[in-house]
Write a protein that binds this ligand. Structure first.
Ligand code: WQD
Length: 341
């Protein structure tokens, strides 16, 4: 199928473009490089079977997007385009509400205008806030958002649920709640590309190992966890990308039955920050320069997924381990310094 991938030059979007192409779909990349770089498109062309379509556009630009949809006639949409830095969203809420909610509304209106049947929404485990019990399932309560970023994901999900309730024929959608995506394509040609100082753990680790950052600070050593550091469910970005292909294929297979389905996408187990650091040291053979610092405001002590529903319904489960993701992340970091961008 012809699948529009908004934010398709971004971290998860670019890996999904490769997975789509290699599964025989035709990706239509839509990105304005506000959180990526143009060289990624060339790298994608070298990684994909067949040449993906590409359009530089802002999802908030309704006319330009309509022109692209008119030309490309997508049969499905995977909507990644959004800001995703929790800390920044606290500092600049308006930027997050305008872009994350505004672009989703635009794309959903275009979906209806062009009668596009399938829609996959990029959501996040952030919607669970501080979970009452672990692991979290898709029916675990959605808690008060810890940040404007998290709230934009909750609002996005609600919009899709309300569209479904309105029994709008075109509203066949899947909501994918990511846990912590890490790693890179094994080729080292695409990966996480934080613009400026990374907020997320793994790019901070690889930049510290590469000497770009002086020292990693582990935020908090006094959590109620075995080693005192916070626990997350880290998932290889290639596993995550493959889940998107399964989701769009499932929508097409179940056209009559599908409504709006939610899936947790995680490894189904938790790793502490310290375990991630130690695993990185094992796979890289390097000693990482780190210290312990105070907890980061807004962090939850521990969260990891129950991913049984994705296995049962989508036939999807992670195939790669934490060490694979860290090895691939380190390889990408090293290539980044070598290859022209
Ligand atoms: C992981 C752990 C930090 C940096 C967020 C969003 C989530 C998704 C991924 C978009 C935490 C610790 C981090 C550092 C550290 N974003 N850490 N030192 O906050 O779990 O999830 O990013 O899809 O929606 O909520 O990810 O990588 O920032 O942090 O100790 O320099 O690493 O405190 O415990 P997080 P993260």
């Amino acid at each position: 199928m012809r699948i529009a991938v908004t934010g398709g030059a971004g971290f998860i979007g670019s890996h999904t473009v490769v997975a789509l192409a290699n599964a025989g779909h035709h990706p239509i990349i839509i990105d304005d490089f506000r959180n990526s770089k143009p060289f990624i498109v060339g790298r994608l062309e070298s990684l994909c079977k067949g040449k993906p379509s590409f359009h530089e556009a802002d999802c908030n630009d309704r006319d330009k997007m309509a022109g692209i949809f008119e030309k490309e006639q997508p049969e499905g949409i995977i909507h990644f385009a959004a800001y995703k830095a929790v800390g920044e969203s606290v500092r600049e809420p308006l930027k997050y509400y305008r872009n994350n909610v505004g672009s989703l509304l635009n794309v959903l209106e275009l979906q209806r205008q062009f009668g596009i049947p399938y829609f996959v929404f990029s959501s996040s485990c952030t919607v669970y806030g501080v979970p009452d019990e672990l692991p979290v399932t898709e029916t675990s309560p959605v808690k008060k958002a810890q940040s404007p970023y998290g709230f934009t994901k909750q609002v996005g999900e609600q919009i899709l649920f309300d569209l479904q309730k309105a029994a709008s024929e075109s509203a066949k959608s899947v909501i994918l709640r990511y846990f912590n995506p890490i790693g890179a394509h094994p080729s080292g040609l695409i990966g996480e590309l934080p613009l400026g100082e990374p907020e997320n753990l793994v790019p901070y680790i690889t930049q510290t190992a590469a000497g770009i950052r002086e020292q990693l600070t582990i935020f908090g050593k006094d959590y109620e966890t075995p080693d005192g550091t916070a626990i997350r469910d880290y998932i290889h970005v290639m596993d995550l990308a493959e889940a998107h292909v399964r989701a769009i294929d499932w929508l097409a297979e179940k056209r009559s039955e599908a409504g709006t389905e939610v899936f947790n996408l995680g490894a189904g187990s938790g790793s502490s920050v310290k375990e991630v650091v130690e695993t990185f040291e094992d796979v890289s053979g390097l000693k990482l320069n780190y210290r312990y610092g105070p907890r980061r405001p807004g962090d939850v002590p521990a969260i990891y997924a129950n991913a049984d529903k994705a296995l049962k319904i989508l036939g999807w489960a992670v195939q790669r381990k934490l060490s694979d993701a860290l090895r691939d992340a380190w390889n990408w970091q090293q290539q980044l310094q070598k290859l022209p961008v």
